[in-house]
Design a protein around this ligand. Structure first.
Ligand code: NAG
Ligand code: NAG
Ligand code: NAG
Ligand code: NAG
Length: 406
């Protein structure tokens, strides 16, 4: 009892402190963003404390708070929603009801959550935001939408989440599956937000470059994606180290659980000294000093990273399924039409901006929306209890782009 009271008291003090942390001036609905930010920061610090005293893993408090309840698929007058599995991986399907003479386009949506949290079908309180997004997409585009519930870290670490997505995609792209759902093989997009964008970008690279696949993607849509773990000291990592919403520390702690339980990795990443010897060739592919537009480079000075400081060498750090940005031009040039959303006040901003530059240099057609007052994760705040206009704006931009381009 005394212990619980102490925890509660501590949480209140942290919250009261964090609620006064300044946020960038141009942000819309600042008090809502402050509350979200303070809740996340309080959770992160408490989680760190619990981990240090050996009570539970860092991610456990987040997954307890974001206690996901399975929500039954609910069909409406326009869309039939159903849960099934593709190659044993749970998927939620959104199938338009209206009669169609033609084959339909399709969107495969990969949710975010740092590979550790999130779901396309489960929700926190009322309605899962991504369930809403996928339903709206299906209705507006008259498209078949597939939400993928891949397995999550730390129970299932790299490459399991990636392989789950690949296996769903391979199954869906087979002629017989496309025929079953009446999908036009030339109008398929894969989309993802945040770490879902990491997975989507990696999967697209693999599928488009693999001659075994007859059916390819027409488009990819990446919403504030994380695209690399090679250099964690870009201007956006520095400027938004403390958030809002996603701090560098939290991204590193959660992101590392995707790879390992060994804390040495997150410690090395914090100092940006995690890459092994022999990975030097990757740095030119993610070099912000070359690829970031002048406007975002500002007064930042590029420093060459220190290699080989980690005693255990994680060779997976060289894997482009983890860092789709660290892929050479000959692989990028086969990529389909691409849509990227970046948010100004986001540590992952520069990953997206650099990918836009690299794809354009490689001759890929890219549409890019930069949200000047954007913060990370806004699409997750589109339904009660936290309803941000910013989330609605990003949703509208995304669906409009699909409508015009798919
Ligand atoms: C069904 O579609 C119509 C036309 O797009 C729309 O006006 C209506 O709100 C939709 N119903 C639901 C439940 O979304
Ligand atoms: C990164 O770019 C800067 C400026 O273009 C250059 O001086 C530096 O050598 C580059 N470093 C790597 C590792 O590519
Ligand atoms: C690596 O190993 C050496 C020798 O065992 C040790 O002195 C050093 O502290 C270790 N470095 C790290 C970062 O663990
Ligand atoms: C590009 O990457 C692919 C796959 O990693 C590799 O096979 C190829 O040799 C690379 N090409 C260049 C020009 O580095």
């Amino acid at each position: 009892m005394g212990y619980k009271t102490l925890c509660f008291g501590l949480t209140c003090i942290l919250f009261a402190y964090f609620i006064y942390v300044p946020i960038p001036e141009n942000i819309d609905e600042p008090w809502k963003v402050r509350i979200v930010d303070a809740v996340i920061k309080t959770t992160s610090l408490t989680a760190m404390l619990f981990e240090n005293i050996g009570l539970m893993g860092y991610e456990k408090l987040f997954s307890t708070l974001v206690k996901l309840d399975y929500t039954q698929p609910i069909s409406d007058e326009n869309v039939t929603v159903m849960d099934t599995t593709f190659t044993d991986i749970p998927v939620r399907l959104y199938l338009p009801k209206r009669k169609s003479e033609r084959q339909r386009p399709a969107v495969i949506f990969i949710h975010g959550g740092a590979f550790v949290l999130g779901s396309c079908s489960k929700c926190i309180l009322w309605q899962a935001p991504l369930d809403l997004l996928n339903r709206l997409t299906a209705n507006k585009l008259d498209a078949v939408v597939v939400g993928v519930d891949y397995r999550l870290a730390p129970q299932y670490q790299f490459p399991t989440p990636y392989e789950d997505v690949i296996s769903v995609v391979k199954f869906f792209l087979e002629d017989k599956t496309l025929a079953e759902y009446g999908v036009d093989p030339t109008r398929i997009c894969i989309s993802g937000d945040s770490s879902g964008g990491t997975l989507a970008a990696g999967v697209v690279q693999q599928i488009q470059n693999d001659p075994e696949f007859k059916n390819k993607f027409k488009a990819q849509a990446l919403i504030y994606p994380g695209l690399q773990l090679v250099d964690i000291s870009m201007p956006s990592h520095q400027e938004y180290e403390h958030g809002p919403v996603l701090s560098r520390n939290m991204a590193i702690e959660l992101g590392c659980l995707y790879l390992t339980n060994d804390k040495a990795l997150s410690q090395a990443i914090r100092k940006n000294q995690h890459m092994p010897h022999g990975s030097g060739h990757l740095f030119k592919l993610v070099n912000w000093s070359t690829f970031l537009p002048e406007k975002y480079r500002k007064q930042h000075v590029y420093t060459e990273p220190v290699l080989g400081r980690l005693n255990t060498s994680f060779s997976i750090l060289l894997d482009n399924r983890l860092s789709p940005l660290a892929t050479n031009d000959s692989q990028l040039q086969n990529l389909p039409l691409t849509y990227v959303v970046t948010c100004q006040h986001d540590i992952l901003r520069d990953d997206g901006l650099i990918y836009v530059s690299r794809l354009r240099n490689a001759g890929v057609k890219v549409s890019h929306d930069h949200i000047e007052d954007g913060v990370h994760g806004a699409l997750s705040f589109m339904t009660l209890p936290v309803y941000l206009q910013l989330g609605i704006r990003i949703k509208d931009k995304y669906i409009n782009w699909l409508e015009e381009n798919l």
